[in-house]
Design a protein around this ligand. Structure first.
Ligand SMILES: [Zn+2]
Length: 462
């Protein structure tokens, strides 16, 4: 018997969605906040779709859930989903509410949900995913998430026992989750000619069983790679879906060969960087477990696109401007961005990685600057670095510690002034790296720099 307050919350939630629609506002978390305020156990009582696939982990959640949803819909599965944005309890409630009847019954049979790792305790007791992908676990958002081991323990204590886990075999942290659950793992062997990166941060160095040092056979980035303990028999799991080769086809796609048991599967996937290849193989593994055939996946990959909104390119009069979003306080994502720039010739960089805009509820914490590999920028390709924002003195200090010559760095506390500090003399490539809070400044700078590129002297391009 469901309590009256559940039905009251349900009606109010439905009315909220209707009013938002009337004013042409997108229903994001707000209807979820309404129902949870009126009935804190709303998630327990609302009927869930019959089959739930969920995605969690530090990096790649949104890309993986969008890819899952696109492929499932392409194969005729109508799914409830929260890809409009909210991945905490309010967002999950809003998604289920939107696709429920007035009596709280689920309208759809399938469901794809992105779930914030920190919210596990509020969600999994009431919503049991049939399949849960954990993309990876690395340090991130220190103020909120503390250390990666803390997030691991939250997930380990709350993921339901019956959930089939899809785990990254190349991540020794997340692949150790819920030892007794049914699991299928994915991984990627080192590719011919692949540049493996040694980052400052490695979130696991010691064996979790006996604390002896780990020996890595390869490290792709941060702690992502394969290792074994130097003393006991703890080691990386053997991937059930193991990418044995990948060839970039030059059109933003890659041909992947995946060894699965005794069979070899081939896919052409719409992505080419390491991070998105991991995302694609996570999706393939989950959907093969779900029951889709290789041919169905292959066909769908031809029709879907990986959203590139976090990456945009403008070419003008011989010069190239690239704007790349990386979540601040996430040193793994930020280091990836810097790695892209480090091999680009005749390059100028504008950094909009200011923590200032995240100070609303708590104090700022700039510790993450010291976990980002600014050392990648110590080379002759990088000719200018412009740091903009209130935190520019902190970033200047970090860049100097990394060993970047002071004469290459300019700083301003006003983001809008960054373009005026940029000189296009001897510069062919410009990057703007920005945090999600700084989108408006990125747009402003993009317009100004495009204008500068239009009017600049082509002969000054190296
Ligand atoms: Zn050991």
């Amino acid at each position: 018997m469901k309590p009256i307050r559940f039905y009251f919350a349900l009606v109010c939630g439905k009315l909220t969605i209707a009013v938002l629609k009337l004013f042409r506002k997108r229903a994001t978390n707000f209807p979820g906040s309404v129902v949870l305020t009126l009935c804190p156990k709303f998630l327990k009582y609302i009927e869930k779709p019959g089959k739930i696939i969920a995605v969690t982990g530090t990096n790649g959640k949104t890309t993986v859930s969008n890819m899952l949803l696109d492929i499932l819909e392409d194969n005729g599965y109508d799914c409830t989903n929260n890809n409009f944005g909210g991945n905490v309890d309010t967002g999950i409630c809003a998604a289920l509410l939107k696709d429920s009847t007035v009596t709280g019954k689920a309208k759809k049979k399938y469901c794809v949900l992105e779930i914030d790792e920190r919210s596990a305790a509020k969600i999994y007791p009431y919503l049991e995913p049939d399949i849960l992908i954990v993309t990876n676990l690395t340090r991130d958002s220190y103020k909120r998430n503390a250390h990666v081991e803390y997030i691991f323990s939250i997930l380990d204590n709350n993921i339901p026992d019956k959930t089939h886990l899809i785990l990254n075999a190349d991540d020794l942290i997340s692949s150790s989750l819920k030892k007794n659950n049914k699991r299928t793992t994915f991984g990627m062997q080192p590719f011919e000619g692949e540049e493996l990166v040694d980052n400052i941060v490695r979130d696991i160095n010691a064996c979790p069983v006996c604390s002896a040092p780990l020996e890595y056979s390869f490290l792709r980035y941060n702690h992502i790679g394969r290792a074994k303990c130097s003393v006991c028999d703890f080691c990386s799991p053997v991937p059930d879906f193991d990418v044995t080769s990948r060839t970039l086809t030059g059109d933003g796609h890659a041909d992947m060969t995946i060894a699965h048991g005794k069979t070899i599967e081939k896919y052409n996937v719409p992505c080419e960087n390491t991070i998105n290849l991991y995302n694609a193989v996570a999706v393939i593994t989950a959907l093969r477990v779900f029951g889709l055939e290789q041919q169905q996946l292959e066909k769908s990959f031809k029709r879907i696109q990986v959203v590139r909104s976090r990456y945009d390119i403008t070419e003008e009069n011989g010069r190239v401007l690239r704007c790349i979003m990386a979540k601040g306080q996430n040193p793994v994502a930020c280091s990836h961005s810097l790695k892209i720039a480090k091999d680009t010739p005749d390059c100028a960089i504008i950094l909009l990685w200011d923590d200032f805009y995240d100070r609303k509820e708590t104090s700022e914490n700039t510790a993450w600057y010291y976990d980002v590999d600014f050392e990648f920028l110590v080379n002759d390709n990088i000719r200018q670095i412009i740091v903009a924002g209130k935190r520019s003195p902190d970033l200047l200090l970090r860049l100097l510690i990394a060993g970047i010559p002071e004469e290459k760095i300019k700083t301003t506390e006003q983001e809008a002034d960054a373009a005026a500090l940029l000189s296009l003399e001897s510069i062919k490539n410009i990057y703007i790296f920005f945090d999600m809070y700084e989108d408006q400044y990125k747009e402003m700078l993009k317009v100004k720099i495009k204008e500068m590129m239009k009017n600049a002297d082509r002969s000054a391009i190296p």
